[in-house]
Ligand binder design. Structure first.
Ligand SMILES: Cc1cc2nc3c(=O)[nH]c(=O)nc-3n(C[C@H](O)[C@H](O)[C@H](O)COP(=O)(O)OP(=O)(O)OC[C@H]3O[C@@H](n4cnc5c(N)ncnc54)[C@H](O)[C@@H]3O)c2cc1C
Length: 462
């Protein structure tokens, strides 16, 4: 049984039905982890079904100074949804309504527990899509996407949630309802709190409603696969593609280690000398798509390029995507407790980053697998280590420190889309200067005076 104050529980039960409150240890345990593989059992799980219930819960948590963590589907990789300090988990699973689809204004209003895939399906029925598409889209929620500014492959052309949300409703730690943005694609009244809340990882407020900005589905799409003899040639091709005027809608990258994992895990037609792969998509009007794809394909070619192949049937396109989507789970099978970073550098610095990563792996004797959203310079760097091996972990720590200093030297940033959560909190002050950090801490206090929202996450301790 949880150790929550009786007075709190008595008042909570006035607002919630029995089946909205999970008390048993087994049920609470199931809400205590995410894809970081960290676990902490919450004191209680609450499943509100209305915005008013979210406000009532937060008012009580604020009054009793009880920590609270918002949770979507728990697919986050940085421990953001893990309830440290025996926090109460607010699960958004019942806040799962699509409130409105408005094609004339290219907008959709949704509650946070709707999955990304449900949004895409509903938008597609009207000829639209919502650009952010994390590879976990089948299960992850819009609340989680917004809280992490989670993006995915299409961000290279269409941007992240920050560029694709018109406004939000959210509840502050004190239970106050906050409205940000406007129902228009232009608006500059007041400060931009929409962009502040997006990416705040549940540390400032609980998002209860989002007005998403929709984009028309492209008429046509061409999918290409480019193979390279070495990682540097692939990295140089990325810079060359991004330096010309046609923006690909996807520009994904896998290094030689990633290809080796895939060859071991499934049947592929990847030649043995392929040491890097780019998956490129170009979308647009039927009238220009072939010409655009040809221009991009030309830029993908260089001395190290083995082939550029057009996936010319739906089956070939599907095979390429399934290969890309299988990577993360395959790596988890090989190294269940791998360290997973998602650093970003300016696209023109990717060659320096990938060469540096190769050297770091050799220097620290750590197997590093790299893949990711190269068009944004966002590389998922996976250190395949076993946390139970202390000697290996010491080498991994040194390797990580060197990786972060390399990324910052290349004018990059430590996390592109996975967030800071609990696992990267100690590194934030490497990137953010003390003056800016202090201002951020003060903003946190304004939204959350008692520090009850997602404690020990996102920012270093005061
Ligand atoms: C196989 C796999 C592939 C992935 N691919 C990608 C990818 O391509 N791109 C990418 O960016 N990420 C990716 N991710 C990471 C993850 O799926 C995303 O971060 C996703 O947005 C998390 O959504 P969720 O619903 O699971 O959120 P959770 O994990 O439940 O929560 C994530 C964070 O959001 C906060 N939160 C959740 N709901 C709310 C709310 N309503 N209000 C305030 N805060 C809230 C939580 O407190 C937590 O800090 C991947 C994960 C997996 C397992």
């Amino acid at each position: 049984m949880s150790q929550l104050p009786q007075a709190f529980l008595t008042r909570l039960k006035r607002h919630f039905s029995d089946e909205q409150l999970l008390f048993s240890e087994a049920e609470r345990y199931a809400y205590g982890y995410d894809n970081s593989r960290q676990q902490a059992t919450p004191a209680l799980v609450v499943r509100p079904a209305t915005q008013q219930q979210v406000q009532q819960l937060l008012e009580l948590c604020h009054e009793f100074q009880l920590p609270l963590v918002s949770r979507g589907s728990g697919t986050g990789t940085a421990g953001g949804a893990v309830p440290l300090e025996s926090a109460i988990v607010l699960s958004t699973e019942r806040l799962n309504r699509i409130i409105k689809i408005d094609p004339a204004n290219r907008a959709m209003v949704v509650e946070p527990g709707v999955t990304n895939a449900e949004v895409q399906q509903a938008a597609a029925d009207h000829g639209f899509f919502w650009p952010p598409d994390p590879t976990s889209s089948a299960v992850c929620t819009i609340g989680g996407n917004l809280a992490c500014n989670a993006a995915g492959p299409r961000a290279v052309k269409y941007g992240t949630p920050r560029e694709n949300v018109l406004g939000l409703k959210a509840v502050t730690a004190e239970g106050k309802l906050l409205k940000t943005g406007s129902y228009t694609t232009k608006g500059v009244v007041g400060y931009d709190l929409t962009r502040l809340l997006i990416g705040s990882e549940g540390t400032l407020a609980v998002i209860t409603e989002a007005t998403l900005k929709l984009t028309p589905l492209p008429e046509e799409r061409v999918t290409l696969r480019a193979l390279y003899t070495d990682i540097s040639s692939a990295a140089e091709a990325v810079s060359a593609i991004m330096a010309q005027p046609i923006t690909p809608s996807t520009l994904e990258f896998m290094d030689g280690q990633a290809l080796r994992m895939i060859r071991n895990a499934r049947q592929t037609d990847l030649p043995d000398n392929a040491q890097a792969l780019l998956m490129i998509e170009v979308d647009g009007p039927v009238s220009s798509i072939e010409q655009d794809a040809r221009k991009v394909a030309t830029r993908a070619q260089n001395g190290g390029c083995l082939e550029v192949m057009v996936a010319d049937t739906p089956a070939k396109v599907e095979a390429l995507w399934s290969l890309r989507k299988a990577l993360s789970p395959t790596l988890r099978t090989v190294a269940p407790k791998k360290i997973n970073e998602d650093v970003v550098v300016p696209v023109s610095r990717i060659p320096e980053l990938v060469n540096g990563l190769q050297q770091l792996g050799e220097t620290h004797h750590v197997t590093i697998v790299n893949f990711g959203h190269a068009g944004n310079g966002n590389i998922h760097v996976n250190l395949l280590v076993n946390p139970d091996d202390s000697e290996e972990m010491a080498r991994a720590d040194a390797c990580l420190a060197a990786l972060f200093s390399l990324v910052l030297k290349l004018e990059g940033t430590l996390s592109g889309e996975h967030g800071i959560g609990m696992v990267k909190r100690d590194y934030v002050s490497l990137e953010i200067d003390p003056v800016t950090l202090e201002l951020m801490q003060r903003i946190k206090l304004l939204f959350d005076p008692h520090g009850i929202l997602n404690p020990l996450k996102k920012l270093p301790a005061l």
